[in-house]
Write a protein that binds this ligand. Sequence first.
Ligand code: SAM
Ligand code: CA
Length: 244
Amino acid sequence: MTTIGETQPAKHQEVGHKSLLQSDVLYQYILETSVYPREPQPMKELREVTAKHPWNLMTTSADEGQFLNMLLKLINAKNTMEIGVYTGYSLLSTALALPDDGKILALDINRENYEIGLPIIEKAGVAHKIDFREGPALPLLDQMVDDVNFHGSFDFIFVDADKDNYLNYHKRLINLVKIGGVIGYDNTLWNGSLVAPPDAPLRKYVRYYRDFVLELNKALAADSRVEICQLPVGDGITLCRRVC
Ligand code: SAM
Ligand code: CA
């Protein structure tokens, strides 16, 4: 393990995991002490497969996967939705947390990446909980909002897709999550860029989505239909508990 004072990049940076902790060494300590030793074998396998993929920066970090898994068990989630699957790390952490008759409606425009993780999800014996739909999430959400049977039907919804649509998702998801249920918006601290000075050298996509994340955070803070909790886990996750 790297020790304080060493200049080598910490290991989690090799696969693009972001930490908002001041100390990368401390983040590595958390991973090595509390996360990796308790990570279920299929999640470890999926993490390792994903690390070899060119877009591995998109994957949910192992500490956030552990957090989601615990949260779902704490709220006894059974019927859930995930927007933004990629290779399926957060999906697998969700599937492992749900009871055997639990359900996840999983939406992504890209099936190819989901298929990278699918054999591992199948081997873990949880694929029957997943209903994967390929395509943009918004039209499907509109269909669900038009059908009262879906209203208030989800215990938990994890949003981890196109950040410029998060507010559009929120407008619809607030109808679909049950009162007392939770929506989790991921990457709400956007790599720390939210507080960067205007002339900071940000990557193009970071700069582009930054304004959408800033707008989302303001809107969620002002939305009396939800209680919120902003957690600095991973790249920041905002939990919204529907109250009315
Ligand atoms: N939760 C995933 C994990 O644990 O690895 C990471 C998701 S990744 C950050 C974002 C995903 O959102 C990509 O797989 C991308 O294809 C998907 N996506 C982008 N735009 C979308 C849209 N309009 N509807 C559904 N999925 C979309
Ligand atoms: Ca994410």
